[in-house]
Design a protein around this ligand. Sequence first.
Ligand code: AMP
Length: 213
Amino acid sequence: MNIILFGPPGVGKGTQGITLANEIDIVHIAMGDLLRAAVKNRTALGQEAQSYMDAGKLVPDTLVIGLIEERITCVDAAKGFLLDGFPRNVAQALALDEMLAKHAMLIDRVIFLDAADSLLLERLGGRLICKACGFGFHRHYSPPREAGLCDQCGGELYQRDDDKEDVIAHRLEIYKEQTQPLLQFYSTLDAFHQVDASGDIKSVYQLILDKVQ
Ligand code: AMP
């Protein structure tokens, strides 16, 4: 099964995407993680992407489209993949359609997660991410069992630079301008499902699972 999970920053794409991909045994592909790895490894692409990411802007399409094509055509993705954070605008969605046709692949579900801005701001402001596996926690709503350490793998938790208040506001603006139009692009497909992601992690996960099964 191939799935696209999309929605505003802070809605829970990473948290839900990792759990769902593990449960149905497909590969979780998060564009943000691919880009952060490129920045960390100081690749040419990473160096170009960094200033956009620090400012909460979208990295240019030419960079992310190449990266995603490379990743979905890796051997491990043949069993199925969940895209988290790609596509993030209509040009990327069109490029993805082309890429899928070229590799004879299909998308089985497009799941749109939605929540109110006030909730997104609260979630992003308290978010902690595992450096090793990318799993997300929240200082108040879902704290790790041991402070600073990931429950899943024991990795170190950190706050992303772009989860600081001024950058968060900008990321939400960019989302509205560029990513929200994807709703129109996907909502007429049979594969499209909208999920209210304002509940707790477990109940939102159940809603997503209902759409996948
Ligand atoms: P995320 O981890 O999904 O919140 O993404 C972190 C940052 O990576 C975003 O704020 C963008 O700067 C960049 N990014 C992630 N996905 C994309 C994409 N599909 N297109 C352009 N930039 C992206």
